[in-house]
Design a protein around this ligand. Structure first.
Ligand code: ADP
Length: 286
């Protein structure tokens, strides 16, 4: 169990990136969803011991993360947002290197581990290729392989699918979904579909604050029957924004569609819509 309590962080330039964040996260895939600039990376880097907070605490299975950074690192697998690779090293060589750094010195044990990881992330046939020649999706899958070395109990992946094409994204998400259920996996993302596809628990973060927290299905239930949609002219969107609780406006088949929140039938040509995580996301980030 990861317990984040009253975490706040203001950068020297005055930006308050985290505002009294409280989150308890159990084993399984947890989605941290929020727009760019919400504070996701600040939170991920803090949990990963790469930066300190101004106040608050983080506990993981009895480890006080701020006081026992080395202990936490032994049990952490981290795929950062900006994952640099040495371009002229093969995936196989690099995994051997990282495994040695993580203390796996027995040659046979390490070779078996590296082979198993390469197979797990579907890169075994590309193991001797230079990392510099890997596609974005291959690099991210390699990133997961390196994060899995050392049997981590906490895995953090920060915006892993940004920049991947749809097929690569699907492949990457399938891989993530296969990582053990008996560890904490935190997926930070601004892509709503990543969370709805993968996570059984989630939080929405906006401007440094947790604005929604829970199980996606329960959240959807609480919005059931309250989202209404209508096709409108583009120039009318501003009027709906003023007059109704506008959740989102988006293009669908080249036409503008607005979603509004209303407990009762708003009339005016609106039709009831099945609430999606996208509605909940936009309703909460404002
Ligand atoms: P996200 O990962 O959700 O995009 P970040 O945690 O990267 O959000 O950023 C949150 C806010 O903190 C943003 O306003 C960002 O510009 C600011 N920020 C992030 N890192 C720094 C830093 N090292 N110094 C100053 N401001 C920062």
């Amino acid at each position: 169990m990861l317990q984040i309590s009253n975490l706040s962080k203001t950068y020297p330039n005055g930006v308050q990136a985290l505002k009294d964040v409280n989150l308890n996260i159990s084993n399984g895939m947890f989605g941290l969803l929020g727009p760019n600039g919400a504070g996701k990376s600040s939170l991920m880097r803090t949990i990963a011991t790469l930066q300190d907070a101004d106040s608050g605490s983080i506990m993981f299975n009895g480890i006080d993360v701020f006081a026992q950074k080395q202990e936490l690192r032994k049990t952490l697998g981290y795929l950062p947002q900006e994952f640099g690779v040495y371009p002229k090293v093969s995936a196989e060589e690099m995994l051997h290197y990282i495994a040695r750094l993580k203390g796996i010195h027995n040659d046979k044990e390490r070779s078996e581990l590296v082979k198993a990881l390469l197979e797990q992330v579907n890169l075994y046939n590309h193991r001797t290729k230079y990392l510099g020649g890997y596609s974005g999706g291959m690099k991210q899958r390699f990133g997961i392989a390196q994060a899995l070395i050392g049997n981590p109990k906490l895995i953090i992946v920060d915006e892993p699918t940004a920049g991947l094409d749809p097929a690569e994204r699907l492949r990457f998400n399938n891989l993530l979904s296969e990582i053990g259920e008996n560890i904490v996996v935190i997926l930070s993302t601004h892509i709503v579909d990543d969370v709805s596809e993968l996570c059984n628990d989630m939080a929405i973060i906006a401007a440094g604050r947790v604005v929604q927290r829970g199980n996606p299905e329960e959240m959807l239930n609480s919005y059931r029957g309250k989202i209404w949609s209508k096709r409108v002219a583009k120039e009318d969107v501003a009027r709906y924004q003023e007059e109704k609780k506008l959740v989102l406006s988006k293009l669908s088949g080249g036409k503008m569609v607005v979603h509004i929140y209303s407990d009762d039938d708003p009339g005016d040509g609106f039709e009831q819509e099945r609430a999606t995580l996208e509605d909940i996301y936009f309703a909460n980030i404002g």
